[in-house]
Design a protein around this ligand. Sequence first.
Ligand code: FES
Length: 179
Amino acid sequence: MKPPDQLSEPPDGRPYHDQPQWRNDFPIDWPQDELVARRDFTKFLVLTSFAFAVGQLWIVFENFFRKRKGQLPVMRIARADAIPVGGSLVFEYPAAHDICLVVRTGPQHYVAFNQKCTHLSCAVVPDVARGRFHCPCHNGSFELETGVPVAGPPRRPLERILLEIRNGDLYAIGREVRA
Ligand code: FES
């Protein structure tokens, strides 16, 4: 005759004392189940709140130090006339793996943005004929000239890369992070 609190057989048929710890923590029978004590629940809440607060502080510190790092590097992208009007070029700025796009929108006019969509970070592609950057993941659209979102789920503008032409060469000289 089984004890009244052990009505069910464990699925592997081994006795209760040979069962792994997790099976004791999540028992099969109700009588073996213990309610989580209020103190344990409070402990859990305090620990998760603490972890959340540490995460927030980390973000604040990171932003603070990023701002203090000062100016971003000046980096040559290409010869300005190497990009045809209506054409675009991918480059990395300010660091490797920060993929950006420069688009020549007119004979003397270039715009550049980080290629990462501000919704869920897919790569946007220029659609110069429609004056947009298009994000294929969820049909998001941004204005080509300003990077402002105009359709789909994105709510924040693309990160603009500041450009300068020196002696016919196109340079990235910084970036403008907008809210
Ligand atoms: S990732 Fe670009 S619209 Fe969703």
